[in-house]
Design a binder for this molecule. Sequence first.
Ligand SMILES: [Zn+2]
Length: 807
Amino acid sequence: MAVLGLALMAGSATAQGIQQTKGDFEDKFRQLDEVLADPNVYRNAAGEPGYQYWQQEADYEIAVELDEENRRITASQTVNYTNNSPDTLRYIWLQLDQNRYKRDSIAEMTRTFSAKSQGSVNQRSAKTPRLSLRSLRREQSMTDIEYGYDITRLEGDNGEPLEATLVGTLMRIDLDTPLAPGGSFEFELDWEYNILEQKAVGGRSGFEHFPDDEREGGNDIFLIAQWFPRLVAYSDYEGWHNKEFLGSGEFTLEFGDYEVEITVPDDHIVSSTGVLDNPRDVLTATQRARLDRAVDADRPVFVVTPEEAEANESSNPSGSKTWVFSADNVRDFAWASSRKFAWDAQGFSQPGADFETVMAMSFYPKEGGELWQKYSTASVIHTMDVYNRFAFDYPYPTSQSVNGPVGGMEYPMITFNGPRTTLQDDGTRTYTMAEKVFLVGVVIHEIGHIYFPMVVNSDERQWTWMDEGLNSFLDSVAGYEWDPEMPWTRSIPRDLTSYMVSDNQVPIMTQSDSVLQLGPNAYGKPSAALHILRETILGREKFDFAFKEYSRRWKFKRPTPTDFFRTMEEASGVDLDWFWRGWFYTTDHVDISLDRVFHMEMNTEDPDIDYARLRADRDGEPAKVGVTANEAEGKVTWVERFPDIRDFYDENDIYTVTNKDRNSYKSFLDGLNDIDRRVFDRAVEEDAEYYALEFSNVGGLVMPIILGLEFNDGSVEKMYIPAEIWRKSPHKVSKLLIFEKGKELTQIIVDPDWETADADLENNYFPRRITPSRIEAYKSSRSFSFARRDIMQDSTVELKTDEDDDE
Ligand SMILES: [Zn+2]
């Protein structure tokens, strides 16, 4: 309740005027419009871009050089910014994501200390804070190296320096001449920064060092993203999206065209957003021929084989090479570079699309091994296959998966994915089931992000769920279409129940950096909600139409939550306000309990029938305990001892029918009008089985009631009662079910297929079942204690040296 109140107040002023002060009734079906943004000419009440929808454009030309030795990049960039808004801009904002890693950034200064860490033998009490080696490594890296941009030149296209002001991860550039609607502004800047070591510092890009490679000094994989100063989004609903980059909330950007020249050591292989414009300068004739062959191949073709990649590991550059990539209509640009990369490719055909052949490609070091050879590019293609059906044809010419230190991250046409094999003592590489699930899952997920939010451009710095939730939903659809036997987790309703009953959570509709437990909140819960919407509430036909409509409407545009909610409702034709309200604006969970069930028989009102039934009911009751005990003891009753005392009432019990009763039955029938008489006669004749089911809503979230019904003839039925049953009584409802005579219920199960995320299954059974479970015998484990050490014996142990370890 409190949470809902807050959301209402935050949503609109009008909602504050509504107060329910009598009783505890809560209208869970109240229209959501008072919470949603007001429709206008830019985004209309149907959830579509309005007739005056606009968005800005930012085009970039960048020349960047990777200094492998010093792990530093230096770049020169030209930006052309077009103001399509109706507003005149006196300044523009850039986002400098690398400045998040400056020591004095808001993100660094507000990092909180987490006492949780690896165990240590010196722990005296659980309350003493501990510092993990991982945390120490990060602290050391932050101390040793200065991160963030060094901007060495900033000037307008007239060559004059521009005024700029740094505000955290943002930079404001003041314009000498205000930028009028329809105008464009070109400016140039030079900058450089130190690439962070991802494994030490974290984040979504950086280098990873491989000290064990044969090459002197080892090798690195460079994943370069959020690397150049990018225009902050300017929108009709937010103005400048100038929210500090704190780490969780990713970003939103403007679409634009890119021309990027990437100069790297000449033995490196580069993977990048866009299309390679100068293959003749950077690829061998063999590599180009292999790429050509990959276009029509039905399995991935190596452009650089694993053997070649392993040989490259020990090479040394003789100079540098410049790889030129161009990309149109993308909202960002990322790349990766290493001499460790093997490279495979396979064309994905989508007839009728803007790009009828998409090159699906993977780049990975030997550590990726067979896991990557088998599954990476295949997963890229499978993703496009599935997502194209749900959204739109893949709108770019390439689709890539690159292995590196980042567990999973997406950029237009390129994704970073982490899973690897493990080297065994015998030199082979193996991987676990978990790594396999991780690889296929993460590639699907990250390639899926190229649709959401790289094309359907929602703002992840504000609403993580808009891309993570939608994408987790679709990636789980794709996962089950890949192989339902794999142990996928986290995205379907049954995976979310323990999270949804937990206390430490906020509504899905919470700004990204304030979300507690980002995984279940922004990925799992919205995904589960969409599964329920698709499979249970709307059905596939209505859901898929509406979801595709949302994707089509907002492809290459900038949707808000309001646009999503409205489109799904408008296009499906189903009022879903209650659903968005419950699932997205509250922290209620699903728990419907079937409390009581009554089985009823229709009275005929005919005393000759009904009284006999009543007598049978009475005779069916268990005998009185004291009386049976008396009989067992051989007690003789008074009436047995003196039988002559018996009278009329010994022959007639209280259910004896008299003519008076028959007369009143006749007058009852005579008193019915024709219609009532027909209804009554039919009911008596059918003599159906009537059941009254009493439900309570323990979790608070109103949901459809799905019933699995089992009958005495062995048959089974599934019944769907829409959520609207709760509209006038959100806490308790009863439902009457009628079956033909003799068809009696033996078991009722609420949500028998676990499709609604009902958190307590036991109260779903009527009659209640014996809860199946397993018991574990366990030994209590004692924690370390100085006092319990056997110092006498331990003192005799010999000291181990490094030489011992080498043996
Ligand atoms: Zn994601």
